[in-house]
Design a protein around this ligand. Structure first.
Ligand code: ADP
Length: 595
């Protein structure tokens, strides 16, 4: 059945177990990373058992995309939400009552209304899948009040199976999901968190606009998302990228719904490839061929990082995730987190928890250890390989500036001469020998460190100072006017020549990552390009999103196998019977013309 509808050769191991739990009516908690294939787990059982199941989903856009994708393979599903016209809703409810429908997608608020509960009882629903189940827990990073009421579900349907699905769950969140939903002896299925097809890189941030532009240029005609901290940052980034000749759009929650919708649509149909966004651009983007995620600032937790980078390479093909990092991100986040905690009246304990998550994220960014290993460790899973071959550390790309120790000594002695009374910017100005009245008035142009690093660009020098702060080699006070002060470690560097590594801001890319090599193996790259064009034309022609036709993984497999008949075509991964009938000929012609 999976072969016929979806064109997949086999189920992934946990999919098999999750499907069996649903069929057996045993409660379950399924934790699979983004791209792990959660949706198939709740899509298959009702089809096999010829019954109607319910999926609870937090966003209308998410429901619509899923229903559209299911319709494209002739799978009967509906989404019942507030955006429907009354006539549409009646028609869908009729289909549901007639038992023709296999899946009903619904929001938590609607699910718990009396008429809807009545309808479900009448048709005898006895299986519920809760998608994005971490939204029920306030220990998670995406708590939603309307999810809380799902606790009532068990009272309304004491006999039904309840199945929770999520991509992010630390142990605490998992326990909370089980407790809140009153799961009974659930099958707990936790997948491997590591995403081997993603290559992770952390680069010291000197100029986010320029660096993002450089990275995007190595992904010509591919989908890239640049995550920014604030709405203003995302506008600024999109403007700067456009100025640099890259067709980018901003996306954030401050825009009107029409603008947002049109940006989402343009990204889905591949007419726009680059989006500079806040975290508002997230759930609901179902473009599986995102090849690069750039973070212009550090996110506020490793969970967020995992979730956001998880949007890359959902088709299983290689993708890269670059974090542009500066220790200056820390104080910015701290004050934002504290401010919003105060506004929300958050308990001290919860605030501490958030600051703890932030510190974990900083550690990830600041410590050059294998990134795959650090992420796996964070989620409590041992990483099996000594060398991941897919991060800047293991690919040997990390490079220090020459004379890191001497440079650090110069910076620190300037801090010492300024007697711990000035902030980063001022120290940088003195070191660069800036022509400024203030410096002259204070007599700092007479210091021996004045102009000592005059040949280093301001942004670069600022980044180096923050690297020293991050490594604990100089202290930066808190408060409104933070100043730099020497500590014991600073004197160690200055007096005893303790070695210092200052990272270069340029990421050279040495070798191809493991994922990159594997996913191109045997693929005729020219044919792949050609098939992409075919898909694009077809998508425009039929008014559907490109990914609804075939994924990049399917096109690469096609460009590897080069089928010449419809039967051959069925052997391509992701080609099921419906899509074969719809698109098979067009792609065969395209292959024939190419070869
Ligand atoms: P999640 O919801 O866990 O993020 P999805 O359900 O969107 O992941 O699936 C991610 C991708 O993997 C989709 O492109 C889907 O078509 C594909 N996929 C799912 N199951 C399989 C399978 N058994 N074989 C091949 N591809 C699969």
């Amino acid at each position: 059945m999976v072969r016929r509808y979806w064109g997949f050769d086999r189920l992934r191991p946990l999919q098999d177990q999750a499907i069996n739990a649903e069929l057996a009516g045993r409660d379950s908690l399924v934790v699979l990373p983004t791209g792990g294939g959660k949706s198939l787990c709740y899509q298959v059982p009702p089809l096999v058992a010829k019954r109607t199941d319910v999926v609870v989903s937090p966003l209308i856009s998410l429901m619509k995309d899923q229903v559209d994708a299911l319709r494209s393979i002739e799978y009967p599903a509906v989404a019942l939400h507030s955006g429907l016209a009354p006539a549409e809703r009646d028609q869908m409810q009729r289909r549901v009552r007639d038992g023709q429908c296999r899946l009903i997608f619904v929001s938590p608020e609607r699910l718990l209304t009396p008429p809807f509960l009545d309808l479900l009882r009448r048709i005898g629903v006895h299986s519920f899948a809760i998608d994005e189940a971490h939204c029920i827990s306030h220990w998670g990073h995406d708590f939603r009040l309307d999810y809380r009421r799902l606790a009532e579900l068990r009272e309304h349907f004491p006999e039904a199976g309840i199945h929770a699905y999520t991509a992010t769950a630390t142990q605490r969140v998992r326990n909370d999901i089980v407790a809140q939903l009153h799961l009974r002896d659930p099958a707990v299925l936790v997948g491997v968190f590591d995403r081997p097809n993603l290559a992770y890189r952390v680069i010291p941030r000197v100029d986010a606009h320029e660096q993002a532009g450089e990275i995007i240029r190595r992904h010509k005609d591919e989908a890239v998302i640049v995550y920014c901290m604030t709405r203003k940052d995302s506008e600024g980034m999109a403007d700067a990228l456009r100025f640099a000749g890259i067709d980018a759009r901003a996306y954030h929650a401050g825009q009107d719904p029409d603008t947002r919708r049109s940006t989402q649509d343009a990204f889905a149909d591949e007419s726009v490839n680059v989006i500079a966004a806040t975290v508002a651009f997230g759930m609901g983007i179902d473009r599986s061929n995102v090849r690069c995620i750039i973070h212009a600032t550090m996110p506020k937790s490793v969970e967020h990082y995992q979730q956001e980078t998880g949007r890359a390479g959902r088709d299983g093909l290689e993708a890269e995730c670059v974090l542009l990092y500066s220790a200056a991100d820390m104080p910015r986040w701290e004050s934002l987190i504290k401010r919003s905690a105060a506004e929300a009246g958050l308990a001290d304990e919860a605030l501490e928890a958030q600051l703890g998550l932030l510190e974990e994220m900083r550690r990830y960014a600041a410590v050059p250890h294998c990134r795959h290993r650090m992420l796996s460790d964070y989620f409590g899973q041992a990483y099996p390989k000594a060398n991941c071959e897919a991060c800047d550390v293991c690919l040997n790309e990390i490079e220090g500036v020459e004379d890191g120790t001497v440079t650090a000594q110069k910076i620190l002695s300037c801090v010492a001469r300024l007697e711990g009374r000035y902030g980063v910017q001022y120290v940088v100005q003195v070191l660069r020998g800036a022509d400024s009245d203030t410096i002259r008035r204070r007599g700092h142009d007479g210091l021996s460190t004045y102009g000592l690093l005059g040949d280093v660009a301001e942004k670069t020098l600022t980044n180096w100072v923050f690297q020293l702060v991050d490594q604990g080699l100089v202290a930066r006070t808190g408060g409104d006017r933070p100043v730099l002060q020497c500590n014991d470690a600073s004197w160690d560097v200055m007096r005893r020549g303790r070695k210092v590594l200052l990272l270069k801001a340029k990421a050279k890319r040495t070798r191809k990552s493991r994922g990159e090599r594997a996913s191109w193996e045997g693929v005729d790259e020219g044919l792949f390009e050609r098939l992409r064009q075919t898909r694009s034309a077809l998508a425009k022609d039929r008014g559907v999103a490109a990914y609804m036709i075939f994924s990049d993984a399917t096109l690469r497999d096609m460009a590897r196998l080069k089928p010449t008949t419809l039967t051959d075509m069925l052997a391509v991964t992701g080609v099921g019977e419906t899509k074969l009938a719809l698109y098979g000929r067009t792609f065969l012609e395209s292959i024939a013309a190419y070869t």
